[in-house]
Design a protein around this ligand. Structure first.
Ligand code: C2O
Ligand code: CU
Ligand code: CU
Length: 519
């Protein structure tokens, strides 16, 4: 079935006239959404060809209005979902939030999702970090037009971990990932499995899920993104930094906790901001997991570095805390090359590397709980084996005059791959990213989890000790002048995938490429 729907410029401008949110955007940026109007989206099921699904969801990308700050609600774009089939706890609605519902899946489930686009422009939904086939990965080559529905099906192959879903639209005149995610199109996706369940980690109310984002608001609480002029140009170059921190879509708050251990799972859902997670009383940050699930063993760090799109799993034991005391999770101050310096001056009240509070934990209840942090965590998935004969593929990150950053001299050009962007299904390779720019870049690879082999060079200084390189990852922060090697194996799915910088403004400006897994 092919229900071609065209978006006329008029439609989008009407939307613009009706909401302060759109008025706060530069017109040039707004109109890029019209590019998609001439293409057709077919309502077909991509991915699995099966009648039997364990979970079936309807997911809508839709305009809405939500209270973020006191006073007038803000216009947002957000996901809403409905459970059509599957366990009741599959969806947790985030009421009073622009974040999409938290989707809880279990390894081995077969999942079908109907995605409805109720926005005035093309969109896609990308399952960040999940090992899914190319066609259901939400790539920009398969946009969903306004008014259209796309159905995707996939098996949950991944081990337990915290993943997320967000828009990945990229029109002919540039990326829309930054805009659409900023408008609210993002949500958490949790995968559970037997190995993790066997560890008995804190769950329910004792598992805190935190999505860290930054936003800028205009006078009547309208969200402001790249609002024109010199500031917007700088923001495109450095990545957009909001002047207010939001945690789960509202300003940082204090919550009541008890004298017991907690599992704190954090997503950096910001467009460009890097966080330096630390405890206000100086206690070490006990990291138990990263993007691709639990680490082999817990690791104590003075602080933990969290780049855009990355996730961290943290163990916090409050058993010894005094009732009445409050512990804060903060983002501590740091230097980050040119991003923290000159570039941001004058244009932002909360520059990169500022210190601020993320959440306050007020110990309000005394409990006798005897839950110990297991000494061994994710032991089942063995690291990818690499040796002196493993093929090394190098990617050089370099600035392009006035146009952002390039990867091996190339910028995004749609589903087109160069010869050195073709890999073989089943192969193990080392991908080496060399950062020849003065900025850190969170490099992300679709469709798989990798191991970090090592780093050399670079001036990570005040973020270095917080880089968690063990375990499994889909996004790695490559510091200025640094070279990082990743071990990856191209398993199960042939086809086109994407790699890019997850600083969304860099990505939207073309710091993104397709690669092809040849079967
Ligand atoms: Cu989270 Cu290609 O993205
Ligand atoms: Cu991704
Ligand atoms: Cu970048």
């Amino acid at each position: 079935m092919n229900r071609d729907k065209r978006v006329h410029r008029r439609t989008v401008l009407q939307a613009a006239a009706g909401t302060g949110f759109f008025l706060a955007l530069s017109p040039g940026f707004l109109l890029t959404g019209c590019d998609g109007g001439v293409r057709a989206t077919e309502s077909v099921t991509l991915g699995l060809d099966s009648e039997e699904y364990d979970v079936e969801l309807a997911l809508r990308a839709t305009p809405d209005s939500v209270s973020i700050l006191p006073g007038t609600p803000s216009e947002v774009w957000r996901y809403k979902a409905e459970l059509l089939k599957g366990p009741k706890n599959t969806l947790t609605e985030n009421t009073n939030s622009y974040l999409g519902p938290t989707i809880r899946l279990r390894r081995g489930q077969r999942v079908k999702i109907h995605i409805h686009n109720e926005l005035p422009e093309d969109t896609t939904v990308h399952w960040h970090g999940l090992h899914v086939p190319s066609d259901v990965d939400g790539q920009p080559r398969l946009p969903i037009q306004p008014g259209e529905t796309m159905t995707v099906g996939f098996d949950v192959w991944d081990r337990a971990g915290l993943f997320w879903y967000h828009s990945h639209a990229h029109g002919e005149r540039g990326g829309r990932v930054g805009f659409q995610s900023y408008a609210g199109l993002a949500g958490l996706l949790i995968v559970e499995d037997d190995e993790e369940a066997g560890l008995g980690l804190p769950s329910g109310d004792n598992e805190l899920l935190l999505v860290l984002q930054d936003r800028t608001f205009a006078g009547a609480n309208e969200l402001v993104y790249l609002d024109g002029g010199m500031g917007a140009m700088m923001d495109r170059m450095h990545g957009f930094l909001g002047d207010r921190i939001l945690v789960n879509s509202v300003p940082p708050a204090t919550r009541k906790v008890a004298t017991r251990p907690y599992r704190i799972r954090v997503l950096n859902g910001s467009n460009a901001r890097i966080y330096k997670l630390a405890w206000s009383d100086g206690r070490p940050v006990t990291v138990i997991g990263a993007d691709g699930g639990l680490l082999p063993e817990p690791e104590d760090r003075p602080y933990a570095t969290l780049a855009p799109a990355q996730r961290l799993d943290i163990w916090l034991d409050l058993s010894q805390s005094q009732p009445g005391s409050t512990l804060e999770l903060i983002s501590d101050s740091f230097q980050a090359g040119m991003m923290g310096g000159m570039g941001m001056m004058g244009s932002n009240a909360l520059p990169l590397g500022s210190r601020f509070t993320l959440v306050g934990l007020e110990v309000a209840e005394s409990l006798e709980v005897n839950e110990q942090l297991p000494a061994q965590l994710g032991q089942q998935r063995q690291r990818i084996l690499v040796g002196s004969n493993t093929r090394i593929r190098t990617f050089e990150l370099r600035p392009v005059m006035m146009r952002g950053f390039a990867i091996n001299g190339r910028r995004f050009e749609g589903p087109h791959v160069a010869d050195d962007e073709k890999v073989r299904l089943g192969d193990t390779e080392i991908w080496e990213f060399r950062n020849n720019t003065p900025m850190p870049h969170p490099m992300h690879i679709h469709g798989l989890q990798f191991n970090i082999v090592g780093r050399r060079g670079g001036n990570s200084d005040s973020l270095q000790q917080g880089l968690v390189d063990s375990g499994w990852h889909d996004t790695v922060l490559v510091m200025p002048r640094e070279t990082v090697q990743l071990a990856m194996k191209f398993e199960r799915f042939a086809g086109l995938f994407i790699y890019h910088c997850h600083n969304m403004e860099h990505e939207d400006a073309g710091m993104m490429r397709y690669f092809q897994v040849q079967g």
